[in-house]
Design a protein around this ligand. Sequence first.
Ligand code: SAM
Ligand code: DTB
Ligand code: SF4
Length: 353
Amino acid sequence: MNTHIRHETLDPAWSVAAILDLFALPLNDLLLKAQTIHRQHHPANAVQQSRLLSIKTGACPEDCAYCPQSSRYQTAVEEAPLMPLPQVLAAAKRAQAAGAQRFCMGAAWRSPTERQLDDVVEHVKAVKALGLETCVTLGMLKPGQAERLKAAGLDYYNHNLDTSREYYGEIIHSRTYDDRLQTLQRVRDAGLKVCCGGIVGLGESREIRAGLIATLASLAPYPESVPINQLVKVAGTPLADAPDLDPIEFVRTIAVTRIVMPRTVVRLSAGRETMHDSTQALCFMAGANSIFQGEQLLTTPNPRVEADAALFERLGLVPMPDQPRADAATAAPAATSGPTTLKSSTNEEAPAC
Ligand code: SAM
Ligand code: DTB
Ligand code: SF4
């Protein structure tokens, strides 16, 4: 098995210093750059929608300072064992009916056992059979586990780096950055698509945010899907009283992510429940083209489907009917209409999500 962690910088332009220069641009210049790059690689107004389900909740042995599911903190989260398949399938069908294209199952594990993975494999097979894309986030994977998930029909594995290497030890003590990178490599080696992003609003500096983006961009290849989460402050966690991040800085983070990883699908992830519509609009303008749909993330609230539909209507956004393709950009670089005209043949260079 290839245990080598590919982590070289492919494009030396994306040093932390270069990324900080992007962050420092006047907002209008930054947004124009991000929106221009966005249109070169993606349908202009289409937004991918994923649905999350917590299939095993709480009692996690890890100590992530942001997380309400850690057993180390007293939070209102109620523990629940692995959800039986019929319940998972019912939730997946509801999500599909509500317009979700991808179903993401999350488990509060440090790392699944083989027995636990047996059950998740069945979940993945059943959800995939509905015609949904599948994603799971189960913590660290041991050798062979990513291959088992791939064989079950899994499309994406979510495993966030969350912050920069320098700041990681401030937030998580129960595992290392290299543990995280090792699982990401195992996921890649198994031929799965990588969903990997981070959280902002952890009290980190802009340089830390730039460091996270530089690391994501240096993965070879960079992730197909990059969720940018705004910290959801949960009572009982160490970060419950973290200072609010300036919404404009959040928008800048999205824009810089788009510029640095042009082909990735950038998800405006956790944090939308408390985010002003105007901030969300700026995030879409900055190149975000994915959301979590539905009133619940894993354990915390998210906007209702109807509220998002109304926002999409106001902004002229449409659900992404298919995966965006790199050749879409060459077909219609400044497309302003729906993405249907952009569906075309496969392209080796196409982003995978
Ligand atoms: N246990 C697995 C792991 O850590 O990879 C999977 C589930 S864990 C809840 C998945 C991701 O949720 C974390 O990496 C983090 O980015 C995000 N997350 C957890 N709590 C959050 C919070 N309060 N606000 C924003 N994002 C959060
Ligand atoms: C991701 O980047 N964010 C999602 C998903 N991937 C697994 C999780 C957000 C969790 C927010 C806190 C909660 O609901 O428990
Ligand atoms: Fe556990 Fe994941 Fe929460 Fe960390 S983020 S405490 S690993 S569920």
